[in-house]
Design a binder for this molecule. Structure first.
Ligand code: AMP
Ligand code: ZN
Length: 112
């Protein structure tokens, strides 16, 4: 989608502090981090939310945990641990309607 902020980052139209990029995903630092380490794992294909995931999204999302693990290793939090979170819809506080996974780490996180 041309006006979607994460599509624009995925295309390289607007800058982001990228950690990793491959053919399917881009991982970058959240612009207003809530934790010492706060990354966003974003599929390059536009999928609005988990509610829009279907059989056809399989390819776009395949390997998401591999890239999350790789990103955690790259920023040095694999050993101490990290939390992966996906907000879906209004009540969860989703504000960017392009599916993404938050990787939260770098400090002790409050239990859920
Ligand atoms: P969510 O509430 O799950 O939709 O989270 C969206 C996240 O995207 C928020 O944590 C924002 O701080 C982050 N965000 C929005 N715009 C940008 C941007 N241009 N670069 C990096 N992170 C962004
Ligand atoms: Zn998008």
């Amino acid at each position: 989608m041309s006006d979607c902020i994460f599509c624009r980052i995925a295309r390289g139209d607007i800058p982001a502090k990228k950690v990793i990029e491959n053919d399917r995903f881009v991982v970058f630092h959240d612009i207003s981090p809530l934790y010492k380490v706060h990354l966003l794992i974003v599929p390059k294909r536009h999928i609005a939310s988990v509610n829009e995931v279907d059989a056809a999204s399989g390819d776009a999302l395949a390997g998401i945990f591999d890239i999350a693990r790789e990103a955690a290793g790259k920023v040095g939090v694999a050993g101490n641990g990290y939390r992966l979170t996906v907000n879906t819809g209004r009540d969860a506080g989703q504000v960017v309607h392009h599916f993404h996974m938050h990787l939260l780490a770098g400090e002790s996180l409050r239990p859920l």
